[in-house]
Ligand binder design. Structure first.
Ligand code: ACO
Ligand code: LMR
Length: 604
């Protein structure tokens, strides 16, 4: 892998660190990336499904996942894991990601992971050819392509340090703070960086200087490299070896910080866990000297670094190796942004013509479009254009449940309300309010319980026992007037349609075995119209390729009862209009039809 990241690279961000994620997205917007660099967030304790972020002046939703496996399965293209777990969890998160596979690089931000674990983690990653950046790092950047979290600082600082577009230096440091400082120095004295990595301050980090420099040697965008080492460790000597053996041919500028250590009597431990010399070879002085001897450009002091950068850059420019950079156009993030209160993912009325899930209304409304109400429902409820057999099924359901005469609970209520002088909407609502577990609203629960029984391979007898224990009648079974002798022809019609048009009906087949048992007990315990609809919808969704989780979510959010609500509204409105047309007077229920059982008050 010559280039660490590209403009298409996407990451999974472990931990909902919203300010760091927002910085990544501000960067994406600034450099005009097409896709956000964060594809998903692992937020184990969150119950939300997404988090809103600004993308320039607009907002986007980034999905949240409970764990890395779920995130990776949903976002297989995301091959970078940004592990922002605490030092207590970071090891496990990395090891799990290595187990899941599919990540090319993993960045670990936590400082203080026990060294024994860090070594094991790094060795496992190396064996699997996965680049680990960190632990104890702010990350890496490929300017103009992808930036990890907070590296480079604020967006203003990034643009000022020319980190918004590729330059020609490959920068490797241990420290994140000095990474930013050097980016700025390189921007002022040369043309910015092509790729930069802060490898991290812990003693045992995943990718070391040499790993990054060898990659940069192979990356044609990098014309020269700058290495900022520090006191402690011997990693710089591997770079010296590579230069001596000719493995690295591009010019390297290098400096090891920590030369002040010699002025102290005893060994000095600097801020990083790895920044302490265990022996002469590990001092900054010795390393600077050895690097200089190997032909690396080493300044006399840190203060002389800018002039060396400028000189190397000029030379490569004069040789034609470094070309002039045409400054790209960038977007500017607005400084004041307001988060939106509502989200809509189904329709859009902002253009000339409103759309249903992206389809202009005129492409669906008139008969010549060939589209029906089933298409409109599939778009507005499920944000997908279902195939004809499925939209025809939806329409069959709507037409089937549109009315069942004036005597049923809801129609009766709507009629009484209309006769009390109320409006269409008021009367309709009183009808709709009767839809529930006994009347018309057993569809969701029928789907839920039959699916549960079938998924768990319960025999019909076991299913009946299970429901007995739950203490509720089986939703979707039983009817007041329909029975084996007086079959519900609506159910027959739905079953016939499914047999003809569905690829398969496994849940219906199971439900019919249950019906055999219930009707053997009592002949009105048939699979009723609610049950048939709920069960066939599950068969439809399975055939359409929905996951079991998605189907369960449809059920628990009340999607199935909604088919009855839409269909039966047609009938209720019919009954209300009928009452109005007939100018019927207020209804009073005959007292002879009421059993009065009120105690006579005792004499006071
Ligand atoms: N599961 C198991 N046993 C049942 C069921 C059922 N779904 N429905 C009725 N029974 C049993 C009762 O326990 C009772 O048994 P018992 O005689 O041993 O005491 C017997 O059948 C009669 O019960 P009722 O409640 O009097 O039955 P009724 O015919 O009045 O009820 C109803 C009809 C309300 C639809 C009922 O069957 C039921 O609650 N079913 C489940 C809910 C349902 O699917 N509703 C949608 C109906 S279709 C529609 O509204 C469009
Ligand atoms: C309906 O569709 O309303 C009926 O199944 C209920 C009933 O009581 O007839």
């Amino acid at each position: 892998m010559a280039q660490l990241y590209t403009k298409d690279t996407q990451a999974i961000f472990w931990n909902n660190n919203s300010s760091a994620i927002q910085r990544m997205l501000d960067y994406d917007y600034t450099i005009k990336r097409k896709k956000p660099s964060v594809a998903g967030i692992v937020a184990p304790t969150s119950s939300s499904k997404f988090e809103k972020f600004f993308y320039g002046p607009d907002e986007i939703m980034i999905p949240l996942y409970k764990n890395s496996a779920e995130a990776k399965a949903a976002q297989p293209q995301a091959d970078v894991l940004l592990n922002f777990a605490s030092f207590r969890t970071a090891y496990d998160v990395t090891m799990e990601a290595l187990e899941i596979g599919g990540f090319k690089s993993i960045m670990v931000t936590a400082e203080g992971i026990p060294e024994r674990l860090a070594r094991k983690m790094n060795a496992t990653a190396k064996a699997k050819n996965v680049i680990v950046i960190g632990p104890a790092t702010v990350g890496a950047i490929v300017p103009g392509a992808f930036k990890i979290a907070n590296i480079g600082g604020t967006i203003e600082n990034i643009v000022q340090s020319k980190l918004h577009r590729a330059g020609s230096c490959g920068l490797v440091t241990r420290s994140g703070g000095l990474f930013n400082e050097l980016s700025n120095i390189i921007a002022i004295n040369a043309d910015g960086i092509a790729e930069g990595v802060a490898i991290g301050g812990d003693r045992f980090v995943g990718s070391v200087f040499i790993d990054n420099l060898l990659r940069m040697e192979a990356n044609p965008e990098v014309k020269y490299m700058l290495l900022l080492g520090e006191v402690g460790g011997t990693e710089e000597y591997k770079v010296i070896e590579a230069v001596k053996s000719g493995k690295i041919k591009k010019p390297i500028i290098a400096w090891c910080i920590g030369t002040i250590a010699k002025y102290y009597d005893s060994g000095v431990q600097f801020g990083h866990a790895g920044a302490s010399a265990n022996g002469d070879m590990e001092t900054a002085e010795a390393k600077n000297k050895a690097m200089k001897e190997a032909g690396i450009h080493v300044p006399a002091s840190f203060n002389n670094l800018p002039e060396i950068i400028s000189a190397v850059h000029h030379e490569l420019h004069a040789e034609g190796i470094i070309k002039d950079i045409k400054e790209p156009a960038t977007n500017v993030c607005p400084s004041v942004r307001k988060s939106k209160e509502f989200i809509c993912t189904i329709s859009d009325d902002r253009g000339d013509e409103a759309t249903y899930a992206g389809f202009p209304i005129s492409s669906l409304a008139t008969p010549d479009t060939g589209k029906g109400i089933g298409d409109v429902i599939s778009l507005l409820w499920f944000k997908k254009q279902y195939p004809k057999w499925a939209t025809d099924f939806i329409e069959t359901v709507i037409k089937t449940v549109a009315d069942h005469g004036p005597a049923v609970s809801g129609a009766h209520n709507a009629k009484v309300t209309a006769r009390a002088g109320k409006s269409v909407v008021e009367s309709l609502v009183t009808g709709l309010l009767t839809i529930g577990p006994r009347f018309g609203g057993a569809i969701d629960d029928a789907a839920k319980y039959f699916k549960y029984a079938n998924d768990n391979k319960l025999s019909p007898a076991d299913f009946l026992n299970h429901m007995k224990k739950e203490g509720i009648p089986i939703p979707g079974i039983g009817h007041r007037i329909k029975s084996l002798k007086n079959p519900d022809l609506r159910v027959e019609g739905l079953k016939k349609y499914a047999a003809k048009s569905f690829p398969a009906t496994p849940l219906l087949d199971y439900a019919l075995t249950v019906e055999q048992l219930t009707t053997s007990k009592k002949e009105n315990l048939i699979l009723n119209v609610d049950g048939t609809i709920g069960i066939l919808m599950v068969d439809m969704w399975r055939a359409l390729g929905y996951s079991e989780d998605e189907i369960s979510e449809f059920i628990s959010s009340g999607t199935l009862n909604s088919f009855f609500i839409v269909g039966r509204s047609i009938g209720f409105i019919g009954h209300v209009l009928d009452e109005k047309r007939l100018a019927m007077p207020m209804y009073r229920h005959p007292m002879t039809d009421i059993l009065y059982d009120v105690q006579v008050a005792e004499e006071i």
